[in-house]
Design a protein around this ligand. Sequence first.
Ligand SMILES: Cc1cc2nc3c(=O)[nH]c(=O)nc-3n(C[C@H](O)[C@H](O)[C@H](O)COP(=O)(O)OP(=O)(O)OC[C@H]3O[C@@H](n4cnc5c(N)ncnc54)[C@H](O)[C@@H]3O)c2cc1C
Length: 366
Amino acid sequence: MAAPQSSLPGKVIIIGAGIAGASVAHAFARRGIAVTVLERAQPACGGSGNPVAVVRAEPGGAHHPIAALSAAGVLWLINWIAQHGQSVPHDFCGVLRLTRDARRHNKLAELARTASADWLRELSQEAASALCGQPVADAAFLLPQAGWVQPVALVNALLAHPLITLQTDAAVDSLLQDDMQRWQLTLADGSKLETALLVLASAFAAPLLPLAYGIASARGQLSCLPERAGKSLHMIVCRDGYITPAINGIHTIGATIQTNDDYAHARLADDAENFERLQSVLPDFVTDAAQLQSGRVSWRGVTQDRLPLVGKMAEGLYASLAHGARGITCAPLCGEWLAASMLGEDSPLSAEWQRLLDPLRFIKPD
Ligand SMILES: Cc1cc2nc3c(=O)[nH]c(=O)nc-3n(C[C@H](O)[C@H](O)[C@H](O)COP(=O)(O)OP(=O)(O)OC[C@H]3O[C@@H](n4cnc5c(N)ncnc54)[C@H](O)[C@@H]3O)c2cc1C
């Protein structure tokens, strides 16, 4: 889809080559617009570098923003992978969702009665256990269209376009807007770049921007469990955390959430926490916490309403930030939406979404 010449912006620069930056870059490139992505280290070295991500809608009805965004994100990703992303390891194998309490169970049960069965289905404990191949702790809801993808491969596939120039080891140290409203970027090696159109996809706005945009940091640790004979799991099972089927011989169990915690190494206590998560969904799957091995540690940018910051921040400055716990699911759609709205195209998301995702919504008036 090539953009008409008159609507082509000048050079677009994107800061960050995680799922958010790669998605915006891809959306511009497939419209025929060249972009440069600046990445301080390597693509998918931040939150997007986990070995696996669960792609699932948060059940909650069309009026619930997180439910609606995640549902749209899942559908967008399923379609994109089917058309362009066959090289990305993935399996939309379905997710079994157990609920935390009776109130939530009843809410989902009500939803399941009106939702189409290929979207949400209530299952007895026996039926859920039979479907996933292991005894689950409780009755469950099946999300047939959910599954997993390998985020690093997805990021690389999105970036693999001749109109995308990726500069690695290119940390942006500071941003300044000049009198002509162009953005001046200074990189860590002292080199300078300028652009009229800049997209911040660095997960966090700080320290590049001075204002507080309401993004907190939440550390997350995964745990791993080697596949064992006679213990095969056919789909993802989740409650507060999740366990995946064995992928390349390893189940992934996740994930801890610790706000404002910079500790970069794995902790045994976090594996114990993930073991508890696993027990709450599959109580007989592993009996000894020591069987879990520490997985990757990374950080999410999170907001209090659990929605990302996507849209215009200032003249020539746009954001796709703070994708929280659902970035692999939702950032690709957000990238498409952001590029479309920057180019004045009809948006795949409604005007109401512009308000909900407004990157300035948490800035306190003076
Ligand atoms: C433990 C854990 C488990 C998760 N599980 C799931 C899941 O199952 N499903 C799901 O959908 N989501 C999941 N998420 C959320 C998802 O991983 C994130 O929302 C997503 O990766 C965020 O992508 P991003 O591109 O915004 O940020 P990142 O992937 O962090 O990318 C930001 C990039 O910007 C670069 N950068 C930052 N500052 C600069 C600078 N100044 N100059 C140049 N480059 C810079 C960084 O190096 C980085 O590569 C999980 C997150 C965590 C932490």
